[in-house]
Write a protein of this length. Structure first.
Length: 401
């Protein structure tokens, strides 16, 4: 049977219409795999809790009730597709489009410490929930190695998998917000303390250099992080004692796993500590428990040849290269970046932020873009609250611009 030109034209129009309808049809989530509602919090409850904690903030900003969700989302690790997890807070009964804040947590080692694993009545979870109450979509990633991806050893201070997993969490959070009828206005803020400060800067750098469609990064607020990883190693190796030796073991174990290093742990640590390391970082132990199985003496912990010759012996170049590759000081931010650090911090040394700040400026960053706020007299533990009290008003002001 032969079709006339008119009949072919009708079929073509129908075909085009079908394709058009398919193209215009609502699309489901691309990165989000599933979500689970965990709890609801009333804004006044959050105000009461934070008042009891003696935070010096404008409590009237905590005006929206919040529902908190756990999300599972797609990301990649070492060339493989995996799933990871995060907390997402959504403000309730809000008509206006809202921005997003992603807060990156500090160093954890136990699976039970992951944001999605802590008890629902914990102080930590209430603080995470409060991030959404001023009218934000709040995101708190677990990081690869915790929550949904706990079968993987956490890639501690590895820039690539830190930043990409957080970026994917942001996309998944936006997809959840759309599902729940919360309008995202594309404005994004990043914040985090300690390792979370490193993760915040890594994600800021990733977004500036790689882009993240649908997101407009307004500012980041990294605090008390070890941004220059090579300078951190030099600091540790200069010490006689260090009270958090599990940090050194964590980096070594993470880099060996991430980069498939085959060198024995005795190349990095002395016995009996080298043999203990794999079992210590199995997700069952927190930092204090790991520290108890190590020594605070750097000369007794670190392989003596590595301690003395890391920068001069070609055998250790692969270690130096990894530290330099994961340092966040070889770029010049163009979007507002607010650094914070307590000047009494010897855990993640204050001078690391000084070094990092000066290197960013030397690379061409403007002082109008990159600022550095010193938290006077604060160490790594007492600096948290002043940091929160400092960055929140700045972020809330930028939110309204």
């Amino acid at each position: 049977m032969k079709y006339g030109f008119g009949r072919w034209s009708i079929l073509l129009v129908v075909f085009v219409c079908i394709l058009s309808c398919i193209d215009d049809a609502p699309r489901g989530p691309v990165v989000l795999v599933r979500s689970e509602k965990l709890l609801d919090r009333v804004g006044s409850e959050l105000q009461t809790f934070l008042r009891a904690g003696n935070f010096k903030i404008d409590f009237s900003q905590l005006k929206y009730d919040v529902e908190l969700h756990k999300i599972v989302y797609k990301t990649t690790y070492k060339g493989e597709d995996i799933t990871a997890s995060a907390l997402v807070g959504l403000p309730k009964k809000i008509d206006a489009a809202v921005p997003m804040i992603s807060f990156q947590h500090g160093t954890i080692a136990a699976h039970s410490q992951a944001p999605t694993a802590v008890p629902l009545n914990s102080t930590e979870l209430i603080l995470y929930t409060a991030l959404a109450s001023p009218g934000f979509i709040s995101v708190v990633p677990d990081f690869i190695g915790f929550g949904e991806s706990k079968s993987i050893l956490h890639p501690y201070y590895v820039e690539q998998y830190t930043a990409s997993a957080i970026a994917d969490a942001l996309v998944a959070a936006a997809e959840l917000a759309a599902e729940k009828g919360v309008d995202f206005n594309s404005k994004l803020f990043l914040a985090g303390y300690s390792q979370g400060g490193y993760a915040t800067m890594a994600t800021h750098k990733f977004i500036e250099q790689e882009g993240l469609p649908g997101f407009d990064l307004v500012a980041s607020f990294p605090a008390s992080g070890g941004y220059d990883v090579k300078a951190m190693q030099e600091y540790f190796f200069s010490l006689a004692t260090y009270d958090q030796p599990f940090f050194l073991g964590y980096v070594a174990m993470a880099y060996r796993t991430t980069y498939n290093w085959t060198q024995p742990l005795t190349d990095f640590f002395q016995e009996p500590y080298a043999s203990r390391m794999p079992a210590l970082f199995n997700g069952a132990n927190d930092g204090n428990q790991i520290n108890a199985q190590l020594t605070t003496s750097i000369p007794n912990l670190v392989n003596s040849d590595l301690l003395k010759n890391i920068d001069s012996d070609a055998r250790y170049k692969y270690i130096v290269d990894a530290f330099e590759e994961n340092s966040l000081v070889a770029w010049a931010p163009k979007v507002k970046l607010y650094l914070y650090h307590g000047d009494a911090d010897v855990t993640v040394p204050f001078n690391n932020s000084v070094i990092s700040y000066n290197k960013l400026l030397a690379n061409g960053a403007s002082q109008d873009v990159v600022s550095f706020t010193v938290l006077p007299g604060k160490d790594h533990f007492t600096g948290v609250v002043p940091y929160i009290e400092n960055f929140l008003p700045t972020m809330l002001a930028l939110k309204e611009q």
